[in-house]
Design a binder for this molecule. Sequence first.
Ligand code: FMN
Length: 221
Amino acid sequence: MAHLRLDSSLRHDGSVSRELTAAVERAWRAADPGVEVVHRDLGADPVPHATWQLAAVAGFLPAAQRTPAMRAAVAAATRCADELAGADAVVLGAPLYNFGVPTAVKSWIDLLSTDPRFDPRTMVEGGPLRGRPVVLAVARGGGYGPGTPRAGWDHATPYLRRIFADLFGAEVTVVAAEYTAAGTDPALAALRPLAERSRADALALAGAVGARALPRTRTPG
Ligand SMILES: Cc1cc2nc3c(=O)[nH]c(=O)nc-3n(C[C@H](O)[C@H](O)[C@H](O)COP(=O)(O)O)c2cc1C
């Protein structure tokens, strides 16, 4: 089985979430040089909103009544679900956009949820990713810790935890770098030391959790 790396940042140069997912991938490869890593770049190649709509509507129709576009959308959902269901370990890079998840991540999860394996009504008890390591590599322009003015405004991380841990049953670790906007916004220059510390801590954690993500087939016991 392969490991799955997902990215969703709009940018490549300077992307902190991609730096974190790359650190996890490096740790995977260092722990197991023969590991196969599938890379799905949702930022560069997002699931079109219409694909999810077509797959969702197809679910209400008998197979014979589905249009060719619906059948293609269902096939795309199956591929998406095969990829995730077949992953031993997963890292998902998710920037905070407009206080939520990137639409590329939302449309991927929505499409996935049209497949019976990832549909809450039909998935196996304990979830389709039960016990599997999933790293959520989050980058936020600002700071959302306790006591900050916008504590509780990050609606992406709790949502992703809900989906991957509570629904899919994965063992989730959140690796988060905050204040990333301080690197580019002169008005936030005073926050740069804080941003650097947050990034360094996140990179260290990414390496550590990546190194622990042994394939289930090779985990003792
Ligand atoms: C369209 C857009 C919306 C954003 N919205 C937020 C936001 O709501 N809160 C925040 O803290 N940062 C926000 N940011 C900043 C990003 O979270 C930050 O730049 C992060 O590092 C992006 O991830 P990346 O470094 O992997 O590209 C936004 C950035 C963009 C481009």
